[in-house]
Design a protein around this ligand. Structure first.
Ligand SMILES: [Fe+2]
Length: 303
């Protein structure tokens, strides 16, 4: 079919099946800053879709993955087995060599509760949200500032934008961004997932990785390695989430309970100076409530 409207932001193209409605930038709102983060990080100011793509399907409703991507409470528990496996592999946080990125990401999932409480969950109109202040603790998945690859990368970025702007760009510490209801991306490691509902209880994710032209090639390899942890079906991490979606779906289908509790942080979430509603703590379920508010709005046609 011909779609009535297409528009792009920073080279990311969107199509709308509705002839009328908010413009793309109105719709994305503060989520544009996550696209900025992804593109601005490239020393060439451009990104390239690279490394192929992957698809996976889970037996659950499409909402489950969107609820999960900014859920900071689950990693320590749902991913406990891979946290333990990563700790067995290495006492220190590895920076280089085979599996370093995977091990870092798996260890990060086991970060102390306080780390998760202190990061930020921000939400905006239309059900969107992002997780910020993520890469600030020492177990973080990102390379240390003095890592030779990071030094070379920073130099390449500064050559284009200047030292001051490079510092500003690299200070953004963001993890997943959810553009409700069908997109989730992660700027630091340049992952993007499109969520495709196949049936009420069956969902496909199409996942892409990007290369930053002009950045050290090792960073692209790290992105691919990262993709294998967070998007790969052979992953020791993703498989935990897929299993959980399936069990949640089965639980909900059983009609065993009338309500699902998503009240964590309720009443204490507060407007941010940016105009977004920020979770009371990093583990607030504000993003889930925000998604269902948007869902109700779509379904009822409320303005
Ligand atoms: Fe997870």
């Amino acid at each position: 079919m011909r779609v009535p409207r297409v528009a792009q932001y920073r080279g990311f193209w969107f199509a709308s099946l509705a002839a009328e409605g908010p413009s793309l930038e109105e719709f994305l709102g503060p989520m544009t800053t996550s696209f900025d983060d992804m593109v601005d990080r490239s020393p060439s100011g451009t990104l390239e879709v690279a490394g192929g793509f992957s698809k996976h399907v889970y037996r659950g409703n499409w909402k489950l993955v969107l609820e999960n991507h900014n859920d900071t409470l689950h990693p320590r528990f749902v991913h406990a087995s891979s946290v333990a496996a990563a700790r067995e592999q290495s006492d220190a946080v590895p920076t280089d060599g085979a599996g370093a990125v995977q091990i870092r990401q798996m260890r990060q999932n086991g970060a102390p509760a306080q780390v998760w409480e202190e990061l930020g969950i921000w939400t905006s109109e239309w059900g969107h949200s992002f997780m910020g202040d993520y890469h600030t603790d020492k177990a973080a998945v990102a390379l240390a500032e003095d890592d030779p690859v990071q030094v070379e990368y920073r130099r390449a970025l500064a050559a284009r934008v200047g030292e001051a702007r490079a510092a500003e760009i690299l200070a953004v510490s963001r993890f997943n961004t959810v553009v409700y209801p069908n997109l989730s991306f992660m700027s630091r490691f340049r992952q993007l997932r499109i969520i495709v509902p196949l049936a009420v209880d069956r969902t496909m994710l199409v996942t892409h990785t990007f290369r930053m032209p002009g950045a050290p090639e090792r960073m692209f390899h790290d992105s691919i390695a990262f993709a294998n942890v967070v998007n790969g079906t052979g992953s020791l991490v993703l498989t935990d989430d897929l299993e959980t979606y399936e069990r949640v779906q089965r639980g909900l289908e059983s009609q065993g309970g009338e309500w699902v509790d998503a009240a964590r942080g309720l009443g204490a979430d507060a407007p941010d100076p940016s105009g977004m509603l920020r979770g009371a703590t990093g583990t607030s379920e504000v993003h889930i409530r925000n998604q269902f508010a948007a869902w109700a709005r779509w379904m009822t046609g409320a303005a």
